[in-house]
Design a protein around this ligand. Structure first.
Ligand code: 5GP
Ligand code: MG
Length: 178
């Protein structure tokens, strides 16, 4: 059991289990993209650990870059606009694999996918470390997902609770009260 800020978390997925599963996904991607020289785009901050492990498990030519997403409650019809900060690569004609830590409601990725499509990528896929199927509210589907988990808050392996907990090698799940 670990304490992050005021909450307690219990080990949920061990480091070795994660490593094995990420290796499987890397093998799938290597097979699917053998002649495509994909560009992986990791979404900071949460995806940096998964992205580093996934990228090193690839056995094909591939590039990686990272972005941050800024959300605005703007005047658009959706009331929610997402802008990529720091994306310098040309996406036109490229095979893009977006790398996320977790798809919760799917809101963040839904907006970013529109931007990638607008930039005329040849193809766009999503690789996520985690999904919470029970929480999904937007039409976003992961092409590669390491683990589906219950709708509870997790930290570790890059995911934080208010800034801390990212460096835990195991994924931890919040302990139920009482
Ligand atoms: P979405 O836009 O899919 O609702 O939210 C995705 C983002 O919410 C993730 O990239 C992550 O930053 C955050 N998030 C969602 N669920 C969790 C969770 O269980 N733990 C942590 N640490 N972050 C989460
Ligand atoms: Mg995130």
């Amino acid at each position: 059991m670990v304490k992050v800020h005021d909450k307690y978390f219990e080990p949920y997925l061990k480091e070795a289990t994660i490593r094995a599963r990420v290796g499987e996904i890397g093998a799938h991607i290597s097979a699917d993209y053998s002649d495509k020289k994909p560009l992986l785009i990791g979404i900071l901050n949460g995806s940096f650990v998964f992205a580093a492990d996934l990228f090193r498990s690839l056995t094909i030519d591939a590039e990686i870059s990272f972005i941050k997403l800024a959300s605005y409650k703007g005047t658009s019809t959706t009331g929610h606009v997402v802008t990529a900060i720091g994306l310098e690569e040309q996406l036109a004609g490229r095979h893009i694999i977006i790398v996320e830590d977790i798809i919760d409601t799917g809101k963040t990725l839904h907006s970013f996918l529109l931007e990638v499509h607008n930039r005329q990528a040849a193809s766009v896929a999503i690789a996520t470390f985690l999904t919470k199927p029970a929480a999904l509210r937007y039409d976003v589907k992961a092409d590669y997902c390491a683990f589906e988990i219950e709708d509870k808050f997790v930290v570790g392996y890059g995911l934080d609770y208010d800034g801390y907990g990212r460096n835990l090698p195991d994924l931890h799940m919040i302990r139920e009260e009482g």
